[in-house]
Design a protein around this ligand. Sequence first.
Ligand code: ZN
Length: 147
Amino acid sequence: MRKPRLDHIGIAVRSIEEAGLFRELGLTVEHVEIVETQKVKTAFIPVGDANLELLEPTSADSPIAKFIEKRGEGIHHICLRVESIDEQLANLKGKGYRLVNESAVPGAHGCRVAFLHPAAGNGVLIELSEKHEEHVTAPEDDLEAIL
Ligand code: ZN
């Protein structure tokens, strides 16, 4: 199996619009997606082979709004791209690691994703993502579940 690669770093922000530093550094937002199920607006900013994923809450009861309320803006999660998310989850479950998602759920860009509990990742919320290379972005993807 191929080794996992860094896919993106999720950053909780109050406003994507006002997160000007990354633009100032010459980076550009490539993909914006509203995820109704998570009450979050996401903006992907490619940086080399990986991305920054800005996460802006779209309502006060969004998990991201709660995160910002408790801890302020900042790094929310790190996402690793894996070859087989099912195999990785089965292996971790078998070894007793705490998982947020017992099985993969639909994520941004048509990926399948699962979150591991921060207790499993030395205090860091880790997202695993299996990419579907053949996926072509369609307008209806904008409402797909993510995070
Ligand atoms: Zn993410």
